[in-house]
Design a protein. Structure first.
Lengths: 451, 465
């Protein structure tokens, strides 16, 4: 048993007879390096730890929960957090659906998510990677006039979740990332492009991929124009598709659904998307960066099919949203660190791969717009109404080939419409950091606003 | 509240340690923040949460490099080991522990009248329920209401090798309400925030009532919304609705970190006409009580009123300590950090456009066709190209000089330098809005403000012809 787990269990021993306690402990170390013009600009190394505690009290009309957290594992911080959580529980409304997760017998799929070489790799090697990446991009093309920042970062984290209900979960994970943003110029205007590479340890990173992506994205946008408004087909690149999927995933949260805050509510069994569209949330697939053995309540993560061949099959639930919906948790509780309470959410979305590669999709689409980046996603997409309007940059597709770059335009439709209008799903799956993998995705009938 | 976070002699020794390997500048930032939040959803108090974060961030600057480490261990030993980790960037330097002597501590007491931790939790819940009732009473189409209240008491101490030694108590309170209205054509949403660098006195019954009514009416009005147009149209921004446009469209591009890296469209343009003569843009940390107010920034520099653009001419950028030091000038009081776990960088405080002398109603009356924006949501900008987007969360069509049909949510898109030239009328009904600004993974509270104004053309990202 890990030290952290033992610590969590000791805190649990303090539970009083009339209450249940859930303790979430985490600790980790992280490194961040930024290179700029051949020098290290920032070098940061830190360790952090914290506790999130929830206290539940049963009453005549249901249970009440109080929450507290502290950014430390000091004895006094823990005692104070427990005291605050107890006090906060008095003010919650009794709710028959509120409960802590109950162990459900589903065994966690054992995954190797922590690579100890993150810790054993010398700092000098990590610094060298950031410097090399910066140099590769700066010298990669004469049109690059600036590399805004080349970053290396990594972390190793450990967490334990225990509760009076018998939950005992602990896990370790690590990650390493490089990213770079390039500014290219044609003498008149500038364009930017960024690239990244991610893995569980430094040796998995591919600087070449990150540099090439930043270079090609920045340089091929040079000379971008604002096209005329039109209606047509948009081909989203894997990164943009991953963003789209994570928005759709938000509307597939059981919590959004039971509260009627999702355009998918009451539509189980309906054809909500093109038959080409099969979407699953599978944190047990180790290729996902967000893969996890346990969810945010300490239940085993599992593979959940959400949309199969266009038909809506299910939602993801945590314990409370599942009880409200009259079902059981799908092992899909997510929580935003020590300060966050569990809620239902997708963490490893993946679209079943289609038949074609990107070039073939361009050929089949013939004429349209290739979307390389999305902006204003938070302000421009309403997961309740489904209204969708985002800023994009990309390139026109003409006669099946990429043509001139375009900028300062928006693409608009509704999420409902877009799902049904999926024309092609690519076979070019990219595993990206975040809650979704991505691949090329062609959607017809979108409104493009330009001049 | 006035307890010292770390004793002066300890701070001096830690700074000495941080400078011992040849550092040119060192800083210790110690923070103790207590926060509470409460949320009412579907008429239930879903969550009352309390949190506390204490720790210190230490940075050491050597040449072009900054070393940084943070720790939750505020003992002298903990601080010294963080100082050593931060100082490790200085590879060959030496000279042993440096003697640092700080003068007396500059103290900035909070101006909050009612400290959040003195307010009974039951009283906060009562306020949430009141807001919920008020919103629901606006119409039977209101089917969901979410109300949240949060406050934070942030006590920090900052000391550096150049003699800065100051402590501030920042108290912030925020309230927001979201409503969903359900009609034949689906659901629509309404939202209102109330937030200030103030204590619980911010949340008067009147303020709560106004927010609840506003959010409910916004959702109800949008039930009749039609798809927004697609293409370039004149846009009238209601007073207080559109400050975020200037925050995004030019504020970020005027931050000295982007300028020094030549990663901003505004680099090298001081003294040049960059905007319509109607535009005077100010960043002002001194507006007491506003969400972006600060007595001192997170580097100990007093908040200041900085004119960035005057009558369309670019006058200055915003500066933090590091960027100012590189350019041999003074910081403008814009060095901010999300918490002790982050390095400070150049950030805005309250950014606003000075009012003009036009009449708000006249501006609308003189717009034959366009879009009237009553509220903007979030936005985003690429500082290197100036391209930005922001969401309209309450907007109407202007037809024949009159505000007519409500429009469905959509984004606007434009280019900062271009949009600044397109301001052709500014009224005198100035007001401010609180917001959260995100940059490089750090969030800080900011205010934005403007009076009713018109832009001659902005691309509207709707679906209607």
């Amino acid at each position: 048993m890990s030290e952290l787990m033992a610590h969590a269990e000791r805190i649990l021993d303090g539970a009083r007879g009339d209450e249940q306690i859930e303790v979430y402990l985490s600790q980790g170390v992280d490194t961040e390096i930024q290179a700029y013009q051949g020098e290290v600009e920032n070098l940061s190394s830190a360790s952090s730890s914290g506790i999130g505690v929830r206290v539940l009290r049963d009453g005549a009309g249901g249970a009440r929960v109080g929450t507290a957290w502290a950014g430390s594992l000091d004895e006094s911080a823990i005692i104070d957090a427990l005291k605050q959580a107890r006090d906060n529980a008095h003010f919650a409304t009794e709710d028959e659906f509120v409960a802590f997760a109950q162990p459900d017998g589903v065994a966690g799929v054992q995954l190797e998510l922590c690579d100890a070489s993150v810790l054993s790799t010398p700092m000098d090697e990590k610094i060298a990677m950031a410097l090399q990446l910066e140099r590769m991009v700066r010298q990669g093309d004469p049109r690059i006039r600036q590399v805004d920042a080349a970053n290396y970062s990594d972390f190793v984290a450990e967490a334990a979740i225990v509760s009076s209900k018998g939950i005992r979960a602990s896990y370790e994970r690590s990650g390493a990332f490089v990213s770079v943003e390039a500014i290219a110029t044609d003498g008149q205007t500038d364009q930017t492009g960024w690239g990244l590479s991610a893995g569980r340890a430094p040796h998995e990173l591919d600087l070449e991929v990150a540099a090439r992506d930043a270079l090609s994205r920045a340089t091929r946008m040079l000379g971008a124009v604002k096209p005329a408004s039109m209606k047509g087909t948009a081909v989203f690149d894997p990164r943009s598709t991953a963003t789209l999927l994570s928005i759709i995933g938000g509307a597939l949260s059981g919590e959004a659904v039971v509260y009627g805050r999702s355009f998918f509510a009451n539509r189980i069994g309906e054809d909500v998307a093109s038959p080409l569209f099969t979407l699953l949330d599978d944190p047990t697939d180790p290729r996902h960066f967000a893969a996890s053995v346990y969810d945010g309540e300490g239940l085993a993560c599992r593979r959940n099919v959400l949309i199969r061949d266009g038909r809506l099959e299910g939602f993801v639930y945590d314990t409370v949203s599942a009880r409200r919906a009259g079902t059981v948790s799908t092992g899909s509780a997510v929580r935003g660190g020590i300060a966050g309470s569990p809620s239902a959410g997708c963490r490893a979305l993946q679209l079943a791969a289609g038949e074609f590669d990107q070039a073939e999709i361009f050929r089949r689409v013939g004429n349209g717009i290739f979307v390389e980046s999305l902006t204003g996603v938070h302000s421009g997409v309403n997961p309740i109404s489904g209204d969708f309007s985002v800023g994009i940059t990309g390139l026109m597709i003409r006669d099946g080939e990429l043509a001139e770059p375009v900028r300062e335009i928006t693409v608009a439709s509704t999420l409902q419409r877009m799902l049904l209008d999926v024309l092609y799903v690519g076979n070019d799956v990219e595993w990206l950091p975040g809650s979704a993998a991505g691949q090329s995705l062609a959607i017809s009938g979108v409104a493009v606003s330009g001049s | 509240m006035s307890e010292t976070l770390v004793a002066q002699d300890v701070v001096e020794r830690v700074l000495g340690e941080a400078m011992s390997r040849g550092g040119e500048f060192a800083e210790v930032f110690v923070e103790d923040r207590m926060t509470t939040s409460a949320m009412l959803d579907q008429r239930r108090v879903e969550e009352l949460s309390s949190g506390r974060d204490r720790g210190a961030g230490i940075r050491v600057v050597v040449g072009e490099t900054t070393g940084f480490a943070h720790t939750a261990d505020l003992s002298e030993q903990g601080l010294v080991s963080a100082a050593r980790a931060a100082a490790a960037v200085a590879r060959e330097g030496g000279g042993g522990v440096r003697e640092i002597a700080l003068g007396s501590l500059r103290e900035y007491p909070s101006k909050a009248v009612i400290a959040p931790d003195s307010v009974d939790k039951a009283k906060k819940i009562e306020l949430l329920r009141y807001a919920d009732d008020m919103a629901r009473s606006q119409g039977s189409s209101i089917t969901q209401v979410q109300v949240a209240l949060g406050d934070s008491m942030r006590h920090f101490l900052v000391a550096n090798s150049e003699g800065v030694f100051a402590t501030d108590h920042q108290v912030r309170t925020r309230f927001n309400i979201s409503c969903v209205a359900t009609g034949d054509a689906g659901m629509q949403t309404g939202y209102r925030p109330v937030a200030g660098t103030r204590g619980f006195e911010l949340l008067t019954m009147e303020a709560i009532e106004e927010a609840a009514r506003g959010a409910a009416h916004q959702a109800i009005t949008k039930l009749d919304a039609r798809p927004a147009p697609s293409g370039d149209l004149p846009v009238v921004l209601a007073g207080g609705s559109g400050g975020i446009l200037f925050h995004e469209a030019c504020g970020h591009g005027l931050e000295a970190d982007a300028i020094l890296k030549n990663a901003s469209v505004y680099a090298g343009k001081v003294g040049q006409q960059v905007a319509s003569p109607l535009v005077t843009l100010v960043d002002d940390g001194t507006v007491t009580g506003e969400w972006g107010y600060l007595a001192i920034d997170d580097e100990g520099q007093p908040g200041a009123r900085n004119v960035l653009i005057e009558n369309g001419v670019l006058t200055d950028y915003m500066w933090d300590h590091l960027r100012a030091r590189k350019s041999s000038r003074a910081s403008s009081g814009n060095g901010r950090r999300q918490s002790y776990q982050y390095l400070p960088m150049v950030r805005m405080t309250n950014t606003y456009l000075l009012e003009g002398d036009a009449d708000a109603d006249e501006i609308v009356a003189q717009t034959p066709r366009g879009v009237y924006v009553a509220q903007l949501g979030g936005g985003q900008v690429n500082t290197a190209t100036g391209d930005f987007v922001f969401g309209m969360t309450a907007a109407f069509l202007i037809e024949d000089g009159k505000i007519t049909a409500p429009l469905r949510d959509c984004n606007l898109i434009g280019n900062g330098p271009e949009i600044l030239q397109r301001v052709d009328a500014v009224a005198s009904d100035f007001s401010m809005t609180p917001g959260t600004c995100g940059k490089d993974g750090q969030s800080v509270p900011v205010g934005t403000g403007q009076a009713t104004m018109r832009l001659t053309g902005v691309t509207i990202g709707g679906t209607a012809a």
